[in-house]
Design a protein around this ligand. Sequence first.
Ligand code: SF4
Length: 451
Amino acid sequence: MKKVYIETMGCQMNKSDTERMLGMLSHFGYEETKEPKQADLLMINTCSIRQLSEDKAFSAIGTWGKWKKDALAAGENLKNRTNIKIGFCGCVAQQKANEIFKRAPYVDFVLGTHKIYALPEIIKKINNDERVCECTETNATEDNLAKEYNIERVKGVNAWIPITEGCNNFCTYCIVPYTRGRERSRLPEIIIKEAQDALNAGFKEITLLGQNVDSYGKDLEDGTYRLAQLLKDLNKLEGKFRIRFVTSYPTDITDELIQTAVELDKVCEYFHIPMQSGSSAVLKAMNRRYDRETYAKIVEKVRKMVPDVTITSDFIAGFPGETEEQFTETLTAIDEFELDYSNVAAYSPREKTVAAKWVDKYIPEDIKDIRFQRLNDKVKENCLKSNLKYVGRDMEVLVESFYEHKGKMINSGKTRNFKTVHIPCEKDLTGEFVNVKISGAKTWYLKGEII
Ligand code: SF4
């Protein structure tokens, strides 16, 4: 068998795409290697959310290009490696398309996020020494062709299943609508089959993925089969397992969805609701469809309806034009809404987006860095505060990993409400549900004793 190495950057959606690509390649005689130097086919699945990530991708393929050149020069001595192929995939590919060939002439194919199901055709072509760029946009029907392929899932506890692709929101800082295209929902029967296959393979948790997971189904034929219904159907699958869904756009969270999540035993008490800024003026500039007060009401409602819920968020520091006062509103929002954890990022201008054009409003790098640090400190403070609430409680943990730390063996896993718990125990309990008493809290995790 030939060997393929895929380097995956960025979000969970990219990781899921990589699993799909590995599944397709397995039908064409490729097996995965974790060692790039062993690979006949080298692929990078890129992320374009930040410039740094894009730069890293070009640096990685620069090294591969050199290997390819050396392999070609060495000819017979390297028999199987005289024909190394290189693929550039993911969000940067979707955005830059043919430009990649100019910048990296040793690349054999460029594959955008819309066309991953064209991979088998592309492999045939590059093996005939053609160079291929496949970055055209697709429609939902084509996306749903996914059902023809198995998924080569990395063995684990949690299976990530995309239910929507793309986004229609066009937040002024975000590249996703340009790289992932307009919102498209996958068919429920395909999603349910994929979930059943994952459960049959031993996975214990299903996470439904989408840029706006709660607008699932709006574009499907009858328009009435929405996320709440999908959760109900998945909840009917047999066996003990958990269901999560990310990411929620604040104003798309309906009362029906919250109520359904409360009623279904397998759906966990966890909502990821990105706020992005605590200032209504900045939210408006970001083209987010809510203000601070609206976000507050949504969070209040979720907390009221879902006992013990964990609510996490995302924030950007140093958005163009953000004043010190507006930045402070973000810090106070984290406190006021008792956000349990937040991902934070310093603003990074992305080509094509509206905000990238506001060069005169860019925040100087040093100020942006300081705000980013202050935001991180605030997140840490609140994370510890949130964790301390659970000390003394009995909780169920799904163990995800087993490792040695300072001479002790630790099982690490998640509670239903997405708290990480470290459990000292000599036995590997990966994939098992265990009941623990929470004996302590640190910033990023809880300590638990098996009961
Ligand atoms: S909702 Fe906004 S931030 Fe999220 S993917 Fe869509 S455009 Fe990007």
